[in-house]
Design a binder for this molecule. Structure first.
Ligand code: SF4
Length: 360
């Protein structure tokens, strides 16, 4: 049970995945492939599915990309969101081609009648729309009013779109408000959340490379989640999108909001360490990334703290001179050579998880 009380929202569906306060916070990512390259895009989505991605967004910058959506959808198991900028016709085509949700920023679509056409078709097909409001594309009148993309301007833009869409009879929507920094994003989302019943997609835009992006995202997303805000999230990283999904689960887990997969506990190593813990811990993480069941695995360098930590994990290994001691559920299973240790540890974790090697 989480210690965080989530803001109450409506439920909106992206394909088979419900988004809203009565459902788990859904983890999203975005492909980095050319969408029209169907085999490569499908392969990347499959990899994302394997690490727990629940919804995937793909860029649709061309007619070819929009036409690829149907073929991609046939081959993957998670819902697809079409990411549209500027061209309303690409949004219409994406809806026709089976997108489960359309992500638009009405501020860069142009005249309102174009936005309305998208809304009408989404309504007819029963799919949801994510309305994205960004610092970079605020309506001119709001920029004039506030002089700068301050949080109030972002929240006001999103609330205006909300009213407009409701006036058009459309309520199947969720929102994202992204400023260029953590503070703007957090305050904008808080302001919007006070006045809207719709779910929020949260994230820190252009957060950076793996380490800096993960830290910035953990801080920004973490603050919002702690305040009960956020129904689906994407961690944006300049890295393999699989890393986005892994970081997302780590953030959710740190707040007891969701649990998935193996948590590897490893020691920082010190002058007592005679084995390569860093390499081993990385290999363990990679080889166990397909496991869904929440399990604790310890990789410890030596006998000082090693056996203690390893004992409290579901499966653990601790270096002891030239060999490793293997623990399962606190019991010593045996002494292993470095070569044997990794395979044996993976085998024991898979046994506990009840999952096959390479399973999803
Ligand atoms: S477990 Fe051993 S090797 Fe690792 S930090 Fe502690 S004392 Fe050093």
């Amino acid at each position: 049970m989480s210690w965080i009380k989530r803001r109450e929202t409506k439920t909106v569906w992206v394909g088979k995945v419900p988004i809203g306060s009565s459902h788990p916070i859904a983890v999203q990512s975005m492909t980095s492939t050319f969408t029209e390259d169907v085999p490569t895009t499908v392969a990347q989505i499959k990899e994302l599915e394997k690490v727990g991605c629940e919804i995937v967004r793909v860029a649709v910058p061309s007619i070819d990309a929009a036409r690829a959506l149907r073929k991609i959808k046939e081959k993957v198991n998670i819902p697809l969101i079409a990411d549209i900028h500027f061209d309303y016709k690409l949004a219409l085509l994406s809806i026709e081609e089976g997108a489960d949700c359309i992500r638009i920023n009405p501020g860069n679509i142009g005249e309102l009648w174009k936005v309305k056409e998208i809304v009408n078709l989404a309504g007819q097909k029963g799919i949801s729309i994510r309305i994205g409001v960004n610092s970079g594309s605020l309506p001119k009148e709001l920029l004039k009013k506030y002089g700068y993309p301050v949080p109030k301007a972002l929240a006001e833009a999103a609330l205006n779109y909300m009213k407009l869409f409701e006036d058009w009879g459309f309520t199947n929507m969720k929102f994202s408000l992204k400023g260029s920094d953590v503070k703007t994003t957090v305050i904008a989302n808080e302001l919007f959340a006070e006045s809207s019943p719709y779910p929020l997609h949260i994230g820190i835009t252009e957060a950076g490379t793996l380490l800096s992006g993960a830290v910035k995202s953990a801080v920004g997303i973490g603050i919002l989640l702690y305040k009960g805000i956020g129904d689906t999230l994407r961690v944006s990283l300049t890295a393999n999108p699989k890393e986005e999904v892994k970081v997302a689960y780590k953030i959710l887990k740190a707040l007891n909001l969701r649990e998935r997969g193996v948590e590897v506990i490893s020691c920082p190593t010190c002058g007592r360490c005679l084995v390569n813990v860093e390499e081993l811990a990385k290999e363990v993480e990679e080889r166990l990334e397909h496991i869904k069941k929440p399990l604790k695995v310890a990789v410890m360098g030596c006998a000082v703290n090693g056996p203690g930590e390893a004992k409290f994990a579901d499966v653990g290994i601790a270096g002891a001179g030239g060999y490793f001691i293997l623990f399962v559920k606190g019991k010593v299973i045996g002494k292993l050579s470095q070569e044997e240790a990794l395979d044996r540890l993976v085998e024991e974790v898979e046994k506990l998880a009840g999952e096959e090697v390479g399973g999803v």
